[in-house]
Design a protein around this ligand. Structure first.
Ligand SMILES: CC(C)(COP(=O)(O)OP(=O)(O)OC[C@H]1O[C@@H](n2cnc3c(N)ncnc32)[C@H](O)[C@@H]1OP(=O)(O)O)[C@@H](O)C(=O)NCCC(=O)NCCS
Length: 185
């Protein structure tokens, strides 16, 4: 049976994982890629709970690692559906890492992942509307709408900029940049 709408709280998901030594990079900190993979998993779980279907990742926005994560810490990813379109969903994820001995919890990063629901025919499928029950739900929905508009206008500007790149003017354009121009114009 197709569900018309679901509340944000119905699909909210947290996953917690212990950061084991095999997740560390050569500097002894946890690999950014390990965290990205966990973020993708929690986004999938959250989006598919809301959609009631299989979902795929389309974009990952605003990934900034604010603080390093250490081996032995417990990382928790808190995710909610912030916004839904016709077939797409924006999942907001807050990542926190807890030092087991001291109990101190640090906010290591937040991110937004856009997922698209897929039907049995592998085509984008309509998702239930989002029921906004709290002030935070409303704030996040509006924020995601604004982000979508900003992303669309940035994409258009980037497309214009790309089609206007004049390699012939590289001498002038790259004057104060930290590159050595060996290409002969
Ligand atoms: C995402 C995908 C389903 C979009 O297919 P499509 O034929 O362009 O479908 P549509 O044009 O109908 O777009 C579907 C939705 O995706 C959204 N979308 C498409 N590209 C997007 C982008 N770059 N950023 C944000 N949303 C995007 C559309 O806005 C639309 O949302 P809406 O229905 O809520 O309005 C398709 O590109 C795909 O399957 N990509 C591969 C995804 C994947 O395999 N991910 C795993 C990682 S490798």
């Amino acid at each position: 049976m197709e569900v018309e709408a679901r509340a944000v709280r119905e699909s909210q998901t947290t996953i917690t994982e212990l950061m084991v030594p095999s997740y560390a990079n050569f500097g002894g900190k946890i690999h950014g890629g390990t965290l990205l993979s966990l973020m993708d998993k929690v986004a999938y779980a959250t989006a598919s709970k809301h959609a009631g279907t299989y979902c795929v990742t389309v974009t990952v926005d605003k990934v900034e690692f604010l603080q390093p994560v250490e081996v032995g810490e417990l990382v928790s990813m808190h995710a909610s559906v912030n916004y839904v379109g016709r077939t797409s969903l924006v999942v907001g994820i807050r990542v926190e890492s807890q030092n087991i001995k001291s109990g101190i919890i640090k906010h290591t990063n937040s991110s937004f992942i856009t997922m698209v629901a897929k039907g049995d025919d592998d085509k984008p499928a309509r998702v239930p509307a989002l029921i906004l029950e709290t002030k935070e739900d409303v704030k996040r929905f509006i924020e995601a709408m604004q982000m979508k508009d900003i992303k669309n206008s940035v994409r258009e500007k980037m497309d214009d900029a790309k089609s206007n790149i004049e390699v012939e003017r590289a001498d002038e354009v790259l004057k104060n940049q930290r590159c050595i121009l060996k290409y002969k114009i």
